[in-house]
Ligand binder design. Structure first.
Ligand SMILES: Cc1cc2nc3c(=O)[nH]c(=O)nc-3n(C[C@H](O)[C@H](O)[C@H](O)COP(=O)(O)OP(=O)(O)OC[C@H]3O[C@@H](n4cnc5c(N)ncnc54)[C@H](O)[C@@H]3O)c2cc1C
Length: 382
């Protein structure tokens, strides 16, 4: 059995920062992770570029009010921290911060180098099975070994279960994820670069986002869809309605006028949208109105033109679930159960960071910002 002052369970973004800060305070720290590399997940973030924070971060991008934590370790502190460990960064026009190399590996490398410089032991390929209280200590059992420590930092992301740690209220649900809707086969693979999408859950809560929309085999994706999925994740049910405005730069009236004029193109209706919409989208609209494809545009009725305009502004779908490409998990231990230093209020010496806490943010670097913020605060104050 091995003994440490502090064991960090999970060497992801938040766990690594917590370990670095705690060891700077002179504590004997070790990280345990089931992966074969530290902070491996960082490699897939930001499409391999790692969008590590966002200059526009406020508590508004999160489900919970984390302003007290951002005030103690915010975006500027994150930039300073990464600068101090050798990472050069830049921000794009939307405030998203990336490593100058545009490679997520740079972020992983500087964190790993800092762990080595601090002589922090990392037990990799250790699957954590159980954490138990042992008098004033904690016993951590993995599939390879047992560890004893005074303090535990739970940084297991959305993977930690009550089997590992017997604790209430940690139901995780996928978020920042594609939405499951019934897509007609010919739409699969279609990409709309600028759409406005509005969703509504079963309680009538609504959310609207603008951006790129991708039609997939079993659902609908894109950054704006990921953000919209958080409405359902936070309410713990992926059911509701989704409406897409395919031409947000045109009002309903201007679009109607434009379609009325297109009658004179004198084409069969299956060619009516050529030059205006992607052919698959045009086909979808004709299909929904059930128009005879051989009909001439000259004979389109006013009602048919209005139906077309209405579908272009409001292509609607029923949301029946989510797909399995979630970026984060919503849920986790509620901040109300934790002290301002993220220590459990009733189980002393047990701390939580990152996604293990019930804090979830939108796309754009906000989730990693919470990982750095929570990891730093725990490491600094443990
Ligand atoms: C594809 C993708 C892209 C993303 N892109 C971005 C982005 O660009 N910007 C952004 O802000 N956020 C992004 N995120 C979200 C971000 O990665 C997470 O919010 C962040 O990593 C959470 O940090 P964490 O420390 O809480 O958990 P994690 O980073 O998930 O770390 C948890 C660690 O625990 C380990 N672990 C879990 N269970 C066990 C066990 N039983 N035993 C041992 N070890 C265990 C895991 O191996 C892992 O290393 C992305 C996520 C994904 C999936």
């Amino acid at each position: 059995m091995k003994y440490y002052d502090i064991l960090v369970l999970g060497g992801g973004a938040s766990g690594v920062v917590a370990a670095i800060k705690a060891s700077e305070k002179g504590k004997q720290v070790a990280i345990i992770d089931k992966a074969n590399k530290i902070a491996k997940k960082i490699l897939v973030t930001g499409n391999g570029r790692c969008n590590l924070t966002n200059l526009n971060t406020t508590e508004k991008q999160y489900n919970a009010d984390i302003s007290q934590f951002l005030n103690r370790f915010g975006v500027n502190d994150t930039l300073y921290f990464f600068d101090s460990i050798g990472l050069v960064t830049y921000a794009d026009e939307e405030g998203r911060v990336y490593p100058l190399s545009n490679s997520a590996k740079s972020v992983m490398d500087v964190l790993t180098n800092k762990l080595s410089a601090q002589n922090i032991d990392c037990f990799l390929e250790h699957n954590i099975l159980k954490v138990e209280k042992w008098d004033d200590n904690f016993l951590v059992k993995t599939d390879k070994d047992e560890f004893l420590c005074k303090k535990v930092i739970v940084s297991l992301g959305g993977n930690f279960t009550t089997q590992i740690l017997d604790i209430k209220g940690i139901n995780f649900i996928p978020s920042l994820v594609s939405l499951k809707v019934n897509i007609s086969r010919n739409l699969s693979g279609c990409r709309i670069s600028d759409a406005v999408v509005c969703v509504e859950d079963l309680h009538g809560n609504k959310m609207t986002e603008r951006g790129e929309v991708l039609f997939k085999e079993k659902g609908i994706s894109g950054i704006c869809i990921f953000n919209l999925s958080s409405l359902f994740a936070r309410n713990k049910k992926f059911e509701g309605k989704l409406r897409i405005d395919l031409m947000p730069n045109y009002t309903g009236d201007t679009l109607l006028e434009m379609l009325q004029k297109r009658r004179s193109l004198n084409v069969k209706v299956n060619k009516f949208f050529d030059g205006l919409l992607l052919s698959q989208i045009g086909y979808e609209i004709l299909n929904r109105i059930k128009l005879d494809e051989e009909k001439s545009s000259l004979n389109l009725t006013e009602a048919e033109i209005k139906q077309m305009a209405s579908l272009i502004k409001n292509l609607d779908y029923d949301i029946t679930g989510c797909l399995d490409n979630n970026q984060i998990f919503a849920g986790g231990i509620d901040l109300a159960q934790l002290t301002p230093n993220l220590e459990h209020k009733t189980i002393k010496n047990l701390y939580f960071t990152g996604e293990a806490c019930n804090v979830d943010g939108l796309c754009g670097g906000y989730n990693l910002q919470w990982a750095w913020t929570s990891g730093y605060i725990v490491g600094e104050n443990i």
